[in-house]
Design a protein around this ligand. Sequence first.
Ligand SMILES: Cc1ncc(COP(=O)(O)O)c(C=O)c1O
Length: 425
Amino acid sequence: MLPGPHLPFPPLLCPLTMSLNTESPIDPIPFARPCIGEDEVEAVVRVMRGGWLTTGEETRKFESEFANAVSSPHAVAVNSATAGLHLALEALGIGPGDRVLVPTWTFTATAEVVHHLGATVELVDVDESAMLLDLEVVERRIRQEVSIRAVVPVHFAGQACDMERLLAVAHRHGVAVIEDAAHAFPATCRGRPIGSLGDLTVFSFYATKTITTGEGGMITTADAQLAERMRTMRLHGISRDVFDRYRAPGASWKYDVVAAGFKYNLTDLAAAIGRVQLARAEELRAARQQIAEYYYEQLTGLPIGLPVVRDTRDLHAWHLFPIRLEDDAPCTRDQLVASLAEQGIGTSVHFIPLHRHPFWKSRPSIRGRRFPNADAAFSRSLSLPLYASLTHRDCRRVVAALRRLLTPSPSRSLVGVHLDEPIRS
Ligand SMILES: Cc1ncc(COP(=O)(O)O)c(C=O)c1O
């Protein structure tokens, strides 16, 4: 079951983009494609003509509009979610001797920043269906290990973890919660927006994400001191930002370096795209939800597990549509990926669990640990195309290809199956 009403599936979901009805049946369907329209283009041109390209007024407006959108008092724009996670942990003072819980079912960015700060990454398995942090393990470890300073839940695929339960146990033990919401804008947890719940929340505006600035990110927090520290550290640890030094009323060349900071600021060019995308965020999310509903409807009955929605009353950002091959599927995940690719259909795998990567598995805190749910899911998982500019025709091609490849037929081998027949809905 999906959250929200079942809406009619429109023939063209994102009329502003280049994905128009001129495709031939063999046109590639990429795994991801940004939904950029004329308004975004005009916004960038406006900033380019304005004479100030890097962090300035446009970024401030983006921050304030984003803070408003997620009901958070503070939003700090950065040039990636990775930078945001780094700044968030730094602002909390995470460092050597501290342990940070991170799900193994994530992208390496979630963990690498912990390592950069000299703290220890402690990987945790995910639940076997929604692939969200296993809260029983988290609770046990927080109760038992005093050196755990923070936990970084990942709202995988755009679905929120149970934040109420996580925050209750974490705060009872003085453990900070930094949400990795790279997939989860816009999304809610028990009706409250992601971005207004944890100590800090980090969003990604990478090119494949639900709203994009090409590269970019945003950190939200209710804590004014943390926000102030992150603003300073995102720009070299300088006490005043560059706009204030050059352009603001009363501009002065003087500044103090108060810490060894980073170069993590977002440009006004990117913020201009972000403001337009932010205004369209719900329209884009609704379009993705319609595609997800179509996939649920059309793929039921095939030997694949469809994404499990934890609470259908909540808003799901639908960044990803991960499916999982069942035991009786007539092919392996890798064969399916290759066959779909032959037919011009892009897919991806989310994720290769961190404990399977050479670097992470050699860490003393991870070596020898077991992650059975992530391991069981990994070799069977793949993610289907899901973005607002996917046309109805694209979706029908994806469904037709999956039906053909996953319906066992003694006369048909996987090799050489092509989607050159007319598409049936
Ligand atoms: C779960 C997760 N966290 C963090 C990131 C890093 O995002 P960014 O590319 O904006 O740094 C990604 C990127 O794909 C991600 O999937």
